[in-house]
Design a protein around this ligand. Structure first.
Ligand code: DGL
Length: 256
């Protein structure tokens, strides 16, 4: 399972519920975090290069890109170069369109995700006749990373990041919000406080977990030693994360 940081843990948590016996490796490209402010070329090069090297070292049976930014930019490229099945994470526009009653859907992602043609295609295919208001909320990534490291979340900072969506024309009619970045469900409590109880949030984690189960169906798993967290860059500061990672079953930490 691959992400730029700890956001993909929201997908890993869903997968654990369905496949508790499967050994997992969680890879965080902390040296490349954040992806959302990088160019398409930079993200594609990092993701293809790292997943190629990681596959050679660890030989996974399947790879999940648990990152909307990386998936909407590089999923096709990664699938072309790797031989294992690759599952992507793309904005949950389809279920949001089925859920909305007002017909107005909000979508938060990174700046890179919200401008992707991949998202245009999802909107055209699944949200015809609805209004989809997209908003880049890159600051939520750092807030989610800090929260997982035990820091308090400043609600005013969350409000400042997402306020633009509520203030957009039609924003007051939003009843469904797509969390199109795997970091954002880590802040769902705070987001719910900002949006109020009339708004429902949706993300793809559960659906992705089900897809991984389907792809690995019938395969035997043997979970023995506790799972591995690997990170690019300095792992020196990672002890602040180790208790949280252990809660996700990631008991070994290595630098990649
Ligand atoms: N978790 C990533 C996503 O789903 C992005 C965070 C970042 O900007 O690196 O888009």
């Amino acid at each position: 399972m691959f992400d730029s940081g700890v956001g993909g843990l929201t997908v890993l948590a869903e997968l654990r519920k369905l496949l508790p016996q499967a050994p997992l490796i969680y890879a965080a490209d902390l040296a490349g975090l954040p992806y959302g402010t990088k160019s398409e070329a930079e993200v594609a090069a990092r993701v293809c290069g790292l997943l190629g090297r990681m596959s050679e070292r660890y030989h996974p049976r399947a790879i999940c890109i648990a990152c909307n930014t990386a998936s909407t930019i590089a999923l096709g490229m990664v699938r072309e170069v790797l031989e294992v099945p690759v599952i992507g994470t793309v904005p949950a526009i389809k279920p949001a369109a089925a859920m909305t009653r007002t017909g107005v859907i909000g979508l938060f992602g990174t700046a890179a995700t919200v401008r992707q043609p991949y998202v245009d295609r999802l909107e055209a295919e699944f949200a015809e006749g609805k209004t989809l208001l997209r908003h880049a909320a890159p600051g939520l990534v750092a807030l989610a990373e800090a929260k997982l490291r035990g820091e308090a979340v400043d609600l005013a900072a969350v409000r400042a990041e997402v306020g633009g969506l509520l203030d957009a024309p039609g924003g007051e009619q939003i009843d469904t919000v797509v969390l199109a970045c795997t970091h954002f469900p880590l802040l769902e409590t705070e987001l719910a406080q900002v949006f109020g109880s009339q708004v429902r949030f949706i993300h793809g984690a559960e659906g992705i977990a089900r897809r991984i189960v389907a792809i690995t169906e019938g395969q035997p798993f043997d979970q023995q030693s506790g799972d591995l967290f690997i990170a690019t860059g300095e792992v020196a500061g990672i002890e602040r994360l180790s208790a949280q990672l252990a809660e996700y079953g990631l008991v070994r930490i290595e630098r990649f």
